[in-house]
Design a binder for this molecule. Structure first.
Ligand code: SAM
Length: 267
């Protein structure tokens, strides 16, 4: 059991230890009520994720165990073997550290809006000693980032699910502009829940991050529609937590051959 709130009483039947046991018995409705009623007293001048940055890994571990980390490592080989890699909204550098430890060439550019997240990511990578590729930390809003060269692989982990569809479209269009023609984009996000339990968990999570980090979205939106509109096609998909989290590797959709009405999607 991952959450430090005591054990489920033996009197409750059908208890099985495993993934998301907490969802079975945790008083989610009470928590949703408490969280949504809390005053929104966070100073708006702070970067949205500065406040939660130090707690973020512990919170995640409590609720989701190691599942989100596994999802972050989906398609890891594609990232390691890409020459120029861009991590957008990387957070405190957990994925970056794993990647930097394995990468022996090229560069990793890290674009992150939160100063605290960037500091934590730098501290983590410093502990590695030396790394075999160039690391470039850029503290800025992704939409204001204008690099000289395009990237072979762009990675977004739990970034797009913070936004409503219009903002997702803007971010995804920018990802497309910064990706080399034969490049790939790897996205890992929560998807809208398909079960009541998943729905309650997501509601609680969004309520918390809206209060603590002022995220834009009130609920989760699948980025697939915006991705397709920007010319991306899904090459591979891996689901986690019963489909609550999905990792997708995107490539550019093939341009339809002249005279054909429909694109020939072979992925
Ligand atoms: C939910 S956290 C996810 C962090 C990390 N990718 C992970 O998997 O744990 C979202 C991160 O994206 C950053 N972020 C949000 N909007 C951004 C933007 N427009 N440009 C750059 N970073 C952004 C936040 O500061 C935060 O660190």
């Amino acid at each position: 059991m991952r959450f430090g709130l005591g054990k489920k009483p033996d009197s409750l039947p059908n208890f099985k230890s495993g993934d998301l046991d907490i969802v079975d018995w945790f008083p989610w409705p009470l928590c949703v009520g408490i969280v949504t009623e809390l005053p929104l007293s966070v100073d708006r001048s702070h970067n949205q994720f500065d406040l939660v940055a130090p707690l973020y890994p512990a919170l995640e571990q409590c609720v989701f165990g190691s599942h989100l980390n596994k999802a972050r490592r989906a398609f890891f080989d594609a990232v390691v073997h890409a020459d120029r890699v861009l991590l957008v909204g990387e957070g405190n550098g957990r994925f970056l550290t794993t990647l930097a430890a394995c990468k022996n060439k090229g560069c990793i550019n890290i674009v992150e809006k939160s100063a605290v997240m960037i500091r934590l990511a730098k501290e983590r990578t410093r502990k590695l000693g030396g790394v075999g590729c160039d690391l470039n930390f850029i503290k800025t809003d992704f939409l204001e980032y204008s690099p000289a060269d395009k990237f072979d692989c762009v990675v977004t982990h739990f970034l797009l699910d913070l936004f409503n569809p219009p903002a997702q479209r803007t971010l995804i269009k920018r990802i497309e502009e910064l990706t080399a023609p034969s490049g790939t984009w790897i996205n890992v996000d929560f998807l809208p829940a398909r079960t009541v339990r998943g729905g309650i968990l997501m509601r609680l999570q969004y309520a918390f991050f809206r209060m603590a980090s002022r995220i834009q979205a009130r609920r989760c939106f699948d980025e697939s529609t915006a991705a397709a509109a920007a010319g991306w096609a899904v090459a591979e998909t891996i689901s986690y937590l019963g489909g609550l989290v999905v990792a997708k590797r995107y490539q550019r959709a093939p341009v339809p051959a002249a005279g054909h009405d429909k694109p020939n999607r072979t992925w």
